[in-house]
Design a protein around this ligand. Sequence first.
Ligand SMILES: N[C@@H](CCC(=O)N[C@@H](CS)C(=O)NCC(=O)O)C(=O)O
Length: 217
Amino acid sequence: MTTAPRKTLLLTYLDVPGVAESTRLALRVANIAFEDVRVSYDDVGAMRDAGKLPFGQVPILEFVDENGVTTSGPFGQSGATLRYAGMLGGLYPLEPDVMLDVEQVLGGLKDIAVALNPLWYSNVLPRLPTNGSLLPETSINAPQRDAVQTAVNAVILPTRLAHLERVAQAAKESATARGETGPYLVGSRLSVADLELFVVLNGRSPSNLRRWRNNGY
Ligand SMILES: N[C@@H](CCC(=O)N[C@@H](CS)C(=O)NCC(=O)O)C(=O)O
């Protein structure tokens, strides 16, 4: 008799509440068993050199059998892992109109994350997917960093957050019209958009950015 390979879901990412944090939360909230594998930058480098990372970076999601052999994946890109976890766990609405509300919030949060990148890396570019380094030629100096921070605080965050508030209000009204009332973006159902909102607004606050940077991230 043959038995199907046992499948353990592995999510591999750095030990920070970064781009894979909402996927971790989605899997936990939905009670989906997974191994929360936390790796160092050196580990990422070794995995990249071994050809293990489809996009040269983490997070990756994969299924492994009882011998630790990958049976499905690895799959990269945090947006993909979040949607996958959301669909598995019932945190990703499949009705097109509700999905649009969730997706536009995810997109708005991505805009915020992109604007924060130069502060995170003190560089115009994020880490290179070839070797994880930051290009010295594209680094920003302290006055440029301050200018980015001022623009982020004075313009980007207030405007983007006002956009999100308006969108959330409209989503709430749509949910109410569907007869779904509740504290979440799309009414009574927690979705991946709520989780990503929490992570971006809580985890990537300027004070957390400073703390992570001081810890070498
Ligand atoms: N677009 C990718 C970006 C992934 C990414 O930037 N990963 C970073 C951590 S947040 C990484 O692997 N850094 C280590 C390295 O590049 O060596 C995603 O969302 O998954």
